[in-house]
Design a protein around this ligand. Sequence first.
Ligand code: SF4
Length: 354
Amino acid sequence: MTAKPLNIYDLTRPELSDLLVSLGVNPAHTGRVWRYLYWECVQQFSAMEAVPARVRAALASHATLGVLPTTLETDSSDGYTRKYLLGLHDDERIETVLMRFTGRVTACISSQVGCAMGCVFCATGQMGYTRHLTVGEIVAQAVHVQRTLRAENHRLRNIVLMGMGEPLHNFDAVMKAIDICTDGTGLGLAADRITLSTVGVVPGILRLAREQRKAFHLAVSLHAATQAERAAIVPAARKWPLDELMAACRTYSETTGRRIFYEWTLIEGKNDSPEHARAVGRLLDDLPAQVNLIPLNPTQGYDGTPTRSEAARKFQDVLIHEFGIPSTVRQRRGIDIAAGCGQLAVAEKQGLGF
Ligand code: SF4
């Protein structure tokens, strides 16, 4: 069996330097190669023109440059959202989304092919789990978006790990990818411009608390404030019950001193009443918290509908006026291109036209 070729995007900067040394190359070339990878976003070693040809040849003979080809690209009708379906070496597909908010450009990145968590309203959850992404496959998505932005004289400033997959289920690869994306001489993202969203993988949250990682934001998807209601929407809650999740969140906030964003998908008639808002308020009352309200993104496999804006506003009023908890209602972008995670990949598998 031949060994899998090394993907250069798998490497941190010190590891790239070690690779060069192992190839008999002066590690002084590390900075230039790194800049071509993450600043110029080249797609072939041969495009690293200022790197000596023998260095490029040595790299090309021992590693691949794991650029992910675009198999489908769609722009939302409002022009704010672009969704990429990217191909992997094993013919799997993942989604990456470029979102343009006012003064803010964000890449939404996947961490797995499919997802094992099975949230009932989520197209990726409906697909099931296929495999973890490698470090390089996660990093390559950020580079893909940066390449687009660079052509427009912009830079990628924000990443949300809210695409396909549960990031804390693929903990080590995701953490290393964050380290690479925050390297100041490459993509150079500030850690506090990265948000990792988890459905509530308790061991992962506790590990984050223990390891005192870079100061990225943590978002925890709640969607319900009682164990029974939550388990009906988020099957992972049967493994990590609500009381254990909240204890882990408390430990995380106490240990790191950081506020957690709690995500709440608003589903009409299901979890969007003022009484539901009071239940959230009681749950988060003494925790450093912000609630992000996200009107449901409709998917084929779930018959719920999104909460209307008036009910969302009432929900917010309860949180702020009765509990002093700040909240936002997430703008729904890219609905016409199925920008909810997993929707485009499912549509492609089913041969639906997007
Ligand atoms: S919402 Fe996130 S955690 Fe839940 S199934 Fe979808 S991708 Fe997985």
